[in-house]
Design a protein around this ligand. Structure first.
Ligand SMILES: Nc1nc2c([nH]c(=O)n2[C@H]2C[C@H](O)[C@@H](COP(=O)(O)OP(=O)(O)OP(=O)(O)O)O2)c(=O)[nH]1
Length: 131
């Protein structure tokens, strides 16, 4: 069954927050946007707020609007990745699941090894928020 996955676009001036998946995981050492799988009965916004609390220790405001929806098939199965803007104000994220967090300059987003499903999202971020 297709997994529904939420992903947060957290901007700070001209940077965007990304996390590196641990090398021993599926898609190991790929960078991604913080987020994760929707649980039974959960709304997209509630899912992303929960994931950001769990993964970064922040209380985020998540936009109701979908920034971009990407259907992608990996060897392990199909996902529908749903990216939404999120605002964490001046809270400092502290990573609990990624081995690194980075505030990537938007212009340099393409130089990170991003999870394949994230590539169209990164392109849209660069178009919309890049210089
Ligand atoms: N959180 C997040 N996941 C992403 C992104 N891009 C992308 O392909 N994914 C994939 C990786 C995982 O297969 C899935 C998210 O699952 P998860 O983060 O909740 O948990 P997981 O790695 O344990 O997933 P899994 O092994 O059960 O598939 O979506 C992204 O930008 N953010």
């Amino acid at each position: 069954m297709k997994k529904i996955v939420t992903a947060a676009i957290i901007l700070n001036e001209s940077r965007v927050l990304i996390g590196r998946r641990k090398p021993n995981q599926a898609l190991g050492a790929y960078w991604e946007f913080p987020g994760g799988k929707v649980e039974n009965g959960e709304s997209l916004v509630d899912c992303l707020k929960r994931e950001l609390q769990e993964e970064l220790g922040v209380n985020a405001k998540v936009s109701e609007d979908i920034f971009m929806l990407v259907d992608h098939t990996y060897d392990g199965g199909e996902i529908q990745l749903i990216a939404m803007l999120a605002d964490i104000g001046d809270q400092q994220p502290v990573g609990t699941v990624h081995d690194f967090l980075a505030w990537a300059p938007i212009e340099e987003l393409s130089s990170y090894k991003l999870a394949p499903a994230d590539l169209p999202i990164a392109q849209k971020i660069i178009q919309k928020f890049g210089q």
